[in-house]
Design a protein around this ligand. Structure first.
Ligand SMILES: C[S@@+](CC[C@H](N)C(=O)[O-])C[C@H]1O[C@@H](n2cnc3c(N)ncnc32)[C@H](O)[C@@H]1O
Length: 496
C-alpha cells in the first residue's frame, strides 16, 4: 500500500501561507519516551509516529492560534526539532496535511470561525460516529467486503480495535462502567430479567457475532445447567470470524454450531428458532440508493430497487414532497426482520441492536475499507409491526441500565496510546477505560503521557452511545405463561 505521506505533497511555506495563523488541536496526547524525546500519533495509522525533541515540542506549543506560520518559520525553521534531524520547516510543511490532523493553519483561529477543533479532530475517530461522504462504490461492495476482504483478515482483535469498533468490543472485558461485568454478561442479565430464559430457549441463534466475545460472555453469565439443552447457532457471512465465534462460544460453555450465511436469507427452517441475538450488524446489510424518480413513480430501475419500492409501498412509509435527488433505503435490515418472522417459533424472541436514526433517510458512515449505513428505525419498526411482531424500542444505554455520567477515556486517546504501546512492544488493548482501569493497564507509563482526557459515557463525543438503539421483538402465539406476583417471599400465580 502506498503510504499516505507520499500521496500528499508538503505545503509550500511561501506567500500567503506565511501569514496564516497556526494552531494545534487541543488535548493532544504526547508521550515522553526518553529524556529528550516526545512522541505524537497522526490520526492516520499509515503515517509513522512523530518524534520531537524539546525544540520540536516548543514549536508545537507555540502553535496557539495567535502566531503566524511566518513567525514560526523564522524562530524554528532551521532548528533541529526531533531525533530524526528534521528542521522546524520540514515539520511545519507537513503538519497541516489532512492525514496528520493535529496541527493546522488557516486565516484565523478556529474559535473565530466557529469551528470546534476538539469536535473535528479529537473525538471523531469513534468508528460509528464519523459520518462521511457517500461512497457509492463502497455501498455496492459492502457484502464483498465481508465475503472477500475480511476473509483475508487475521481474525484477531485488530480489525475491531481499528476498523469497526463496536460497543460490545469496547466492553469485552469486565468493566467498572458496567458494574464489573462484560457487555455479554450484562446483556444476558437483562434478557434473563425480561424472562427470556424462562423457559429456556432450545435454539439460540446469534447473527454476525464478530470475534465471538458476545457468545463467550453470554455463556459466562449463565450457569452450566442453565445452558444445558440449548443449541447455540452462530451465523456469519465472514468465515474467519465464524471460526473465532465457534471457539469462543465453546469457551463460554455453549453447545455450538457455526454456519456461514447471509442473514438476509437465512438457511433455516420456518419456526425453528426460539431466540435471536443480533448485535451491531444491521448497518452492514444491503442499502439501496433510490432516485427521486423511482420513489415518485414506484417503478424501480432494477429488481432489487423494485423490491425496495415494494416494501416502501407495503409499509406505507412517508415520502416527503421535497425529495432529494436520491435517498438510501435499508433493504437488508428489512429483509432480515422478514426472515426473523419466518424462522422464529410462535412465542420466539429477538434482541437487535445497532446505531441509527428515527427521522429522514439513512446516511452513510465511512469506515476504513467499507461504508456502513444508519438504520432508519421508524422504517424498521413499521416493518416489524406490519409483520406482526410485538416490539419494544429503547436506547442501548437505557436497556443496559448504564450510569450516564461514568467517566471513560476518550476513544481517540485510547487508539493513540495503543500506537505508542505498539512502538515499544507493550500490550495495550482498545477498551472503554475508566481512570482506575487505565492506571492499572499502564502502570509506570501513565505519568509519561500528557493530554489524557475522559468523557461521560453518555456524551455524544465519546462513542455516540445514545444513537445505539435496541429492539426487543416477540412473535405472538407462544404457549400461555403462568403469571405471578411476589409478596413477602410468596408467589401468587394466575393463569392467563
Ligand atoms: C460490526 S460487526 C459486529 C460484531 C459483533 N456482533 C460485535 O458486537 O462486536 C458485524 C458482524 O456481522 C457480520 N455480518 C455483516 N453482514 C452480515 C450479513 N449480511 N449476514 C451475516 N453476517 C453479517 C460480520 O461478518 C461481522 O461479524
Amino acid at each position: 500500500m502506498k503510504l499516505a505521506a507520499a500521496i500528499y505533497e508538503p505545503h509550500d511555506l511561501t506567500g500567503e501561507t506565511l501569514g496564516f495563523l497556526a494552531w494545534h488541536i487541543p488535548d493532544l496526547v504526547v508521550y515522553q519516551h526518553i529524556t529528550d524525546e516526545w512522541w505524537l500519533a497522526p490520526l492516520d495509522d499509515n503515517l509513522p509516529l512523530i518524534r520531537l525533541n524539546r525544540t520540536g515540542l516548543d514549536l508545537l506549543r507555540a502553535m496557539t492560534g495567535h502566531t503566524t506560520v511566518g513567525t514560526l518559520v523564522e524562530q524554528y525553521g532551521t532548528k533541529i526539532c526531533g531525533p530524526d534531524g528534521q528542521p522546524g520547516e520540514w515539520h511545519l510543511a507537513r503538519w497541516r496535511l489532512p492525514t496528520t490532523h493535529f496541527a493546522i493553519t488557516g486565516l484565523s483561529h478556529p474559535a473565530a470561525t466557529g469551528i470546534k477543533p476538539s469536535g473535528i479532530f479529537c473525538c471523531s475517530r469513534s468508528a460509528k460516529a464519523g459520518l462521511g461522504k457517500m461512497d457509492l462504490r463502497a455501498k455496492e461492495h459492502l457484502e464483498a467486503f465481508h465475503l472477500h476482504d475480511l476473509a483475508q483478515s487475521e481474525g484477531d482483535d485488530r480489525h475491531f480495535d481499528l476498523i469497526e469498533t463496536t460497543v460490545s468490543h469496547l466492553f469485552r472485558e469486565p468493566s467498572e462502567a458496567l458494574a464489573g461485568l462484560t457487555y455479554g454478561q450484562l446483556l444476558i442479565r437483562q434478557l434473563r430479567r425480561l424472562g427470556w430464559f424462562n423457559p429456556k430457549p432450545k435454539v439460540l441463534l446469534e447473527i454476525g457475532g464478530g470475534l465471538g466475545y458476545v457468545a463467550q460472555e453470554l455463556g459466562k453469565g449463565l450457569l452450566p445447567f442453565e445452558k444445558q439443552g440449548i443449541a447455540y447457532l452462530s451465523l456469519d457471512i465472514t468465515e474467519p470470524f465464524l471460526k473465532l465465534q465457534v471457539s469462543r462460544a465453546k469457551a463460554g460453555g455453549w453447545n455450538v454450531t457455526g454456519t456461514r450465511a447471509n442473514a438476509e436469507s437465512l438457511p433455516l427452517a420456518d419456526h425453528s428458532v426460539d431466540l435471536v441475538i443480533d448485535n451491531e450488524n444491521m448497518a452492514d446489510m444491503t442499502p439501496v440508493q433510490l432516485s427521486r424518480n423511482e420513489l415518485t413513480s414506484g417503478i424501480g430501475d432494477t429488481p432489487q430497487h423494485q423490491e425496495a419500492l415494494d416494501w416502501i409501498r407495503r409499509l406505507r412509509l412517508p415520502i416527503e414532497a421535497d425529495l432529494p435527488e436520491s435517498v438510501i433505503f435499508n433493504l437488508g435490515p428489512i429483509r432480515f426482520v422478514a426472515e426473523l418472522w419466518r424462522v422464529l417459533k410462535p412465542g420466539g424472541r429477538a434482541f437487535l441492536t445497532e446505531f441509527g436514526i428515527e427521522q429522514g433517510w439513512p446516511g452513510p458512515v465511512k469506515l476504513p475499507g467499507h461504508t456502513e449505513y444508519e438504520v432508519q428505525y421508524s422504517h424498521l419498526r413499521q416493518a416489524m409491526r406490519w409483520l406482526g411482531f410485538q416490539e419494544r424500542y429503547l436506547s442501548l444505554p437505557e436497556f443496559l441500565g448504564l450510569k450516564p455520567d461514568t467517566k471513560v477515556l476518550c476513544t481517540v486517546v485510547t487508539y493513540t496510546i495503543q500506537r505508542f504501546c505498539q512502538a515499544i512492544n507493550r500490550p495495550f488493548s482498545v477498551r472503554a477505560y475508566t481512570e482506575k482501569e487505565l492506571r492499572q493497564a499502564l502502570g509506570d507509563m501513565l505519568p509519561k503521557l500528557q493530554g489524557l482526557h475522559y468523557h461521560d459515557l453518555a456524551d455524544p463525543a465519546w462513542f455516540g452511545l445514545q444513537d445505539f438503539k435496541v429492539l426487543l421483538l416477540e412473535k405472538p402465539g407462544g404457549a400461555p405463561k403462568a403469571q405471578f406476583t411476589e409478596n413477602k417471599g410468596y408467589r401468587w400465580y394466575s393463569q392467563k
